[in-house]
Ligand binder design. Structure first.
Ligand code: NDP
Length: 287
């Protein structure tokens, strides 16, 4: 079993430690990285995500600003807040916690964040740069998966990677990153015919769907590396992934658990992107 389960908690701890050290170095040069997180409304899951981001930012010695706005906040009020943060030299990363209340157009909000401070990597400019292979902020979840694969010694060159899910946040950027590392990439989605016949070809299988346990033994080739992005809360209140972990464990060569796999990496990469943004600002005299 040794090394078979990819320990996202441990890898994320290492990343955070490294980021913390670099933050101290940058602070000695006179630049304190700053992350602003905007939370609109009262969704308890969103509030909990924002709370853990705030704690991590502070623990790593960065400047944290959390803006809590009422459920009935208008789009123009939110745009005003983003505009203020875009112009604030103490802030290097801006994150708007999704989902947003229905009166607010998510895409308009994402596009209003300065691409230079878009540490979530959701802005169309950063998405386009990733597609073109240019330097860009990359969405934290797929970026974290790439780091996990690298630190677990998984080589990608010439391998067949199958990504189940094509969202802008996970599936599409994941596919681009795997392609950049010379994997042969197949993207599956809800209209894919005979999903198991496609996933069964994967050397590396990434499940990013949001359906508890949908990937089982029939979907996985012997020896495949299986990455489970899904976060599903079962009726018993427990978190489970998209992969039926117990069924797939004997077949996979490596596998990520839920919780303790991809989830902790996402927040670590948010810290890493914020540090990177501050470094760029410092170099350009904007910090
Ligand atoms: P979306 O709902 O945006 O996308 C889900 C994707 O799954 C879609 O592309 C959809 O296809 C596809 N899909 C749905 N049903 C099937 C099916 N039966 N067979 C094949 N594909 C299917 O979700 P996200 O990408 O935002 O998130 C995916 C999961 O990852 C969720 O559980 C989410 O909670 C989790 N997540 C975890 C993170 C972490 O930090 N660990 C971060 C972000 C997300 P179609 O496009 O055709 O509708």
């Amino acid at each position: 079993m040794d090394g078979k389960i990819i320990d996202g908690k441990e890898i994320s701890r290492q990343i955070k430690e490294e980021v913390g050290r670099e933050v101290e170095r940058l602070k000695q040069d006179g630049c304190t990285p700053g992350l602003a997180v905007i939370l609109v409304g009262n969704d308890p899951a969103s509030a909990s995500y924002v709370g853990s981001k705030e704690r991590t930012v502070k623990a790593l010695g960065m400047h944290s600003e959390v803006i809590r706005m009422a459920e009935e906040t208008s789009e123009s009020e939110l745009l005003g807040e983003i505009d203020r943060l875009n112009g604030d030299p103490a802030i290097h990363g801006i994150l708007v916690q999704l989902p947003l209340p229905k009166q607010i157009d998510e895409q308009r909000i994402i596009s209003a964040i300065s691409p230079d401070k878009d540490v979530d990597g959701f802005h169309p400019i950063n998405a386009g740069k990733l597609m073109a292979g240019l330097d860009a902020f990359v969405p934290c979840t797929p970026l974290g998966i790439m780091v996990m694969l690298e630190r677990s010694g998984v080589s990608l060159k010439g391998k067949h990677a199958v990504v189940v899910g094509r969202s802008n946040i996970v599936g599409k950027p994941m596919s681009m990153l795997l392609l950049q590392q010379d994997a042969t990439v197949t993207i599956c989605h809800s209209k894919t015919a005979d999903l198991p016949s496609v996933t069964k070809q994967a050397d590396i299988l990434v499940a990013a769907v949001g359906r508890e346990g949908m990937i089982n033994k029939e979907h996985v080739k012997d020896g495949a590396v299986v990455i489970d992005v899904g976060i599903n809360r079962g009726e018993d209140g427990k978190l489970r992934g998209d992969v039926d972990f117990d069924a797939v464990l004997p077949v996979a060569s490596k596998i990520t658990p839920v919780p303790g796999g991809v989830g902790p990496m996402t927040i670590a990469m948010l810290m890493s992107n914020t540090l990177e943004s501050a470094r760029r600002a410092f170099k350009e005299g904007r910090c």
